[in-house]
Design a protein around this ligand. Structure first.
Ligand code: PGA
Length: 247
């Protein structure tokens, strides 16, 4: 079973045209670590100029489920594709919280992305309250039930496990906890997608940085990382790419 690791950066609402210069050093690291897939997801306004540099896979952070219409402020999967994106994050916990996105909506977004030929990175993860109540596995299983498009294949679907309490906090679960959840996610995906689940990449996200990337990338069923804060500069991000190449 060989799954190519994927290290994707999520710039969130950060970045500028000037900051796209970081992409050149990140792209250089991607070239010298060809066993890993590397992508950066900047804000919408930077997708086209980032993709135009032509040296790295570029993604977006959200997409509307419809292909066009009266949806002020939204962007369709076809628009992202035309701007040069090859992937899109859907269902990030910040969107589930800030914009009250349900799993049903996340699934519709993932379907739209896949339908347009993009890779959908579907995010799931429990809150701290849910983990303390012993419900982490149950919560991610419910999110998978609701968010994963039926019939999706590994070519176009990636799952990112991001415990909400680990995002931007500097805290991470133990490697044992990550292993437990990723195994549960794999098992659940098998139930939903059959054999195709064995090739689906499951990323870990939440306070991944140079100092913890190696141990996280070595956990079974961790097939890469979704990186927020540490993706904003090549200096922070490249060591994570290198750790994934080794892990
Ligand atoms: P973080 O964010 O790496 O800054 O914790 C991860 C994410 O939200 O994707």
């Amino acid at each position: 079973m060989t799954r190519r690791k994927l290290v994707a950066g999520n710039w969130k609402m950060n970045g500028s045209l000037a900051q796209l210069a970081e992409l050149d050093a990140i792209a250089a690291a991607a070239r010298t670590n060809p066993e890993v897939d590397v992508a950066i997801c900047p804000p919408f306004t930077l997708v086209a100029p980032a993709a135009a540099r032509g040296n790295l896979s570029i993604g977006a952070q959200d997409v509307h489920p419809n292909d066009k219409g009266a949806h002020t402020g939204d962007v369709s999967a076809a628009m992202l594709k035309e701007a040069g994106a090859s992937l899109v994050i859907v269902g990030h916990s910040e969107r589930r919280t800030d914009h009250a996105e349900t799993s049903a909506l996340v699934r519709a977004k993932a379907e739209a992305a896949i339908g347009a030929g993009l890779i959908a990175i579907v995010c799931i993860g429990e809150t701290e309250e849910e983990r303390l109540a012993g419900r982490a596995v149950q919560v991610v299983e419910e999110q998978l039930n609701g968010s994963i498009p039926p019939g999706a294949t590994a070519e176009r679907l990636v799952v990112a496990y991001e415990p909400v309490w680990a995002i931007g906090t500097g805290r991470t679960p133990t490697v044992q906890d990550v292993a437990e959840i990723h195994a549960a996610i794999r098992a659940k995906l098998r139930g939903l997608l059959g054999d195709a689940a064995d090739q689906v990449r499951i990323l870990y996200g939440g306070s991944v940085k140079a100092s913890n990337a190696a141990e996280l990338m070595a956990v079974p069923d961790v097939d890469g990382a979704l990186v927020g804060g540490a993706s904003l500069t090549a200096a922070d991000f490249v060591p994570i790419v290198v750790a994934a190449a080794k892990g």
